[in-house]
Design a protein around this ligand. Structure first.
Ligand code: BMA
Length: 808
């Protein structure tokens, strides 16, 4: 009694008569966007390479018309709806010449009645997109300009802010049918929406289904709601359009983040019928867990502690941006690769940042399955947003839609009002230009919390990232809830992360260029240099290159060529973030989490990301894996001296002996210590190093590697240490799927890396940033059939520029 038909075939797109290309229709993939269609048609250069981005800057300034046709044979349907999971953005939908709908929000699903305009036989469907610039600029002129960190009108259209360019992303503001589109046919009645409100009380799993119905006929309807093995039935009398049904699951297994337990998921379903005839069904998977955000003021200020099933968690997080600038390219397989890379680094929390999108069903499903917690921003970032119509209604509709859509997912743990807008209002000179104009406060403090409570009712809400808990306090107060730490990247050396004593760090980041293979995709410039025009085109951060250089100058030897520059900047990025995380973890439980800016990239670019736009791991990814291990050892400053801190973020007592050596720059051991530890679950221990084990100037400390993550402490920067030039032997051996590279140190070797992507862009290496003292050995496993098959490539694994150490 219901049916669906996907409408992804036969589409064309054409620009308005003034468009520089594609005035005549060209084929268009759906889901897709105009830029992708132009690229597929060979009408523009790749916007990801060199300054190809410039070549598509005109696209967002034009109107675009998508067209297709389909056949229809009537079957006495009561309803035929045209359903869009996403249209980007301002569009008029015409069926056989009749306007059947209009849209102005990329972040909503839309459903339009198609039956009235439909014909037997061939039907013509046309979607006319208005230029996003034309629309946004008109709204801006009408409502009055408002501050925006970028000189773009993204705050005057409900479209991903980063579409208009960001400090890591290209401006590819385009138009298109960016998510699936289909026809849905139904008779008598259909299920319009199901929101399962999931809770756990007294060992019982409770699913409160809120069901909304659309009806064509006044008949009694029957609802069957199931959760796992349990079922409840309800008769919905003629005329009623909503129903509440509770299903209780006894003693459910609880859903946990991957580092705390399993991810059992339960099937839930709703079936709608009339007179024993099934009309419609809805199904999903849910998980039973509780979530609380403890922000009750304490003696120091205000914590920001996430509790899952009553257990306080130390958040090992990353910030997430859309994984491709051309969103329609983000498929389930790509998301799965990326999210598995997160889990493999020990990451347990992903913040979906407010300048991007509400991610796809696949994204949250994968997070459910992989045990990743998701903090979801509402989509407002780095700008003042108007609260007048049509925006107020669009924001409400979009919030209702996504709150309902994402409600089933146990991975989704919090909703946050915006990214940095409250901060912007306090600190970025907004107040004077704004005067009496609205800027979004009504959304963050009033509308959105009301909607989260009403539509979801199970998840905590926080007005902003960052936010301190009350409107009178500065939103980035470090003793009060969440903060973003940007003084380090922008102005200070990374050691200044240690000046902070934050409760929860929702952003902090440090840049580096992408991997070499990705640099080669980013630019065709020859020879490669840090500052060729196209390298700079792919550096979008204010003063980015100078800030990278500032970091190099403070820590590392002079870079003699591009290869040095690439390696050293990547090492610096990894060290900076590792230092930050280890410091924040040493402050647990006062500090309850770190969320690194940023995990992924959306194209090839120099950015804060750990994984570049071509999916390759930057050295930072390996540093995250070390720093986010359940158990870490870290040296931290203590007055003029140093202390060792061990953090046990596991469920078992950590019993063991930590051994470390004190060494001279030549690697001669001048002191040894064995520390017996017994650290309770979720606890830390620290030992101040005094006497013979305290390092003298020029010396360094290194933990033994047996069973422990390697921790190091240097009394001078690499540029000032008297390192001997790296000497080592390196041997290769073929192993299953690749090559093992074993390096034996004759001197100290600092932050050894094997950049196998230089030999095979698909090569993956199992470790990076390994520091050895003389006599120690490490084996890197390089997974690459191409390298294994070639003696020349295999030989190249053992020397520059593939095998690198800072002191080489
Ligand atoms: C914060 C983020 C992003 C930005 C990053 C780096 O402002 O929220 O907007 O990309 O810093 O500048």
């Amino acid at each position: 009694m219901s049916d669906k038909r996907i409408l992804h075939e036969g589409w064309t797109v054409a620009g308005d008569p003034g468009a520089p290309a594609a005035v005549d229709p060209i084929p268009a993939a759906v889901p897709g966007e105009v830029v992708s269609a132009l690229l597929d048609a060979g009408l523009v250069a790749d916007p990801y390479t060199d300054d190809g981005e410039r070549g598509v800057a005109w696209v967002g300034r034009h109107d675009w018309t998508y067209r297709t046709s389909f056949d229809f044979a009537s079957d006495d349907w009561d309803g035929v709806d045209l359903v869009f999971d996403g249209l980007d953005t301002v569009a008029r939908i015409l069926l056989n010449g009749d306007v059947i709908g209009e849209t102005a929000n990329m972040h909503r699903r839309y459903r339009f009645d198609a039956l009235t305009a439909m014909r037997e036989g061939a039907n013509e469907l046309e979607i006319v997109f208005t230029s996003p610039y034309a629309y946004a600029e008109a709204q801006r002129d009408r409502l009055g300009d408002r501050p925006n960190a970028y000189d773009e009108p993204g705050n005057f259209i409900r479209k991903a802010a980063c579409n208009f360019g960001w400090d890591w992303g290209p401006n590819l503001a385009s138009a298109g049918i960016w998510r699936p589109v289909r026809l849905e046919y139904w008779k008598i009645a259909r299920i319009a929406e199901v929101v399962p409100h999931v809770s756990v009380e007294g060992g019982q799993g409770i699913v409160d289904f809120s069901v909304e119905l659309e009806r064509a006929e006044r008949v009694d309807l029957d609802l069957v709601c199931t959760a796992g093995e349990h079922t409840a039935v309800l008769r919905v009398p003629a005329g009623r359009r909503t129903a509440q049904v509770r299903v209780v699951v006894d003693d459910p297994e609880l859903w946990w983040p991957h580092n705390r337990g399993a991810q059992p998921l339960y099937d839930v379903a709703v079936t709608l019928s009339a007179d024993g005839r099934e009309l419609d069904t809805w199904s999903h998977r849910i998980g039973f867990r509780t979530v609380e955000l403890d922000t009750e003021p304490d003696a120091d200020g205000r914590p920001y502690t996430l509790k899952i099933n009553g257990e306080a968690v130390w958040v090992k997080g990353v910030n997430w941006i859309p994984d491709e600038a051309l969103f329609s390219r983000i498929d389930a397989a790509r998301l799965e690769r990326r999210l598995r890379q997160a889990v493999a680094a020990g990451i347990d929390y992903v913040r979906v940042w407010g300048g991007g999108i509400y991610e796809s069903e696949d994204f949250y499903r994968l997070c459910d399955e992989l045990g990743l917690m998701v903090g979801q921003d509402f989509l407002f970032a780095c700008a003042a947003y108007p609260e007048e119509e049509p925006f107020r209604s669009e924001v409400e509709a979009e919030a209702r839609d996504n709150l309902a859509r994402l409600a089933p997912h146990p991975s989704l743990v919090t909703w946050t009002g915006n990214n940095e807008n409250i901060w912007g209002w306090h600190d970025w000179d907004w107040q004077e230009p704004l005067g009496e104009l609205t800027w979004g406060a009504g959304y963050y403090h009033d509308l959105l919390p009301k909607l989260v409570a009403e539509v979801d009712g199970t998840r905590p809400y926080w007005p902003g990232s960052p936010y301190s808990g009350t409107r009178d306090l500065h939103p980035n107060e470090q003793a009060h809830a969440s903060v973003h730490i940007w003084d380090v990247w922008n102005q200070l050396d990374y050691a200044h992360y240690r000046d902070w004593r934050p409760r929860f760090v929702a952003e902090f980041g440090y840049q580096a260029p992408p991997t070499w293979a990705t640099v080669r995709r980013m630019t065709t410039d020859e020879p490669l240099q840090a500052e060729t025009p196209n390298m700079l085109w792919h550096q979008k951060a204010a003063d980015g290159q100078a800030k990278l250089q500032r970091g190099l100058d403070a820590h590392l030897p002079v870079a003699r060529d591009f290869d040095d520059w690439l390696y050293f900047t990547q090492v610096n990025q990894a060290r900076a973030i590792r230092l930050g995380i280890e410091h924040f973890r040493s402050l647990q439980p006062y500090c309850t989490g770190a969320v690194v800016w940023q995990f992924n990239d959306c194209w090839p670019v120099t950015s804060w990301a750990a994984i570049d736009g071509e999916e390759r791991l930057k050295p930072l990814w390996y540093a995250l894996r070390d720093a986010y291990a359940d158990r870490i050892v870290t040296f931290q400053p203590h007055g003029e001296g140093v202390k060792l801190v061990a953090v046990n973020d596991s469920a078992e007592v950590w019993n063991g002996v930590i051994g470390f050596w004190k060494c001279t720059a030549e690697g001669r051991i001048t002191g040894r210590a064995l520390l017996e530890i017994a650290i309770d679950p979720r606890d830390t221990a620290e030992v101040v190093l005094e006497g013979g084990v305290a390092p003298a100037p020029g010396e360094f400390l290194v933990t033994g590697r047996e069973g422990f993550p390697r921790a190091t402490w240097f009394t001078k920067e690499d540029k000032d240490m008297d390192w001997a030039t790296a000497r080592f032997t390196a041997e290769t051996a073929l192993v299953d799927g690749g090559v093992a590279v074993t390096v034996t140190a004759d001197t100290v070797l600092r932050d050894l890396c094997v950049f196998a992507d230089r030999l095979d862009p698909d090569a993956v290496v199992d470790k990076a940033l390994v520091t050895l003292i003389p006599g120690e050995q490490v084996t890197f496993t390089v997974t690459s059939a191409a390298i294994a098959a070639s003696p020349e490539l295999t030989a190249a694994l053992t020397s520059k520029p593939v095998l690198r150490a800072v002191n080489d």
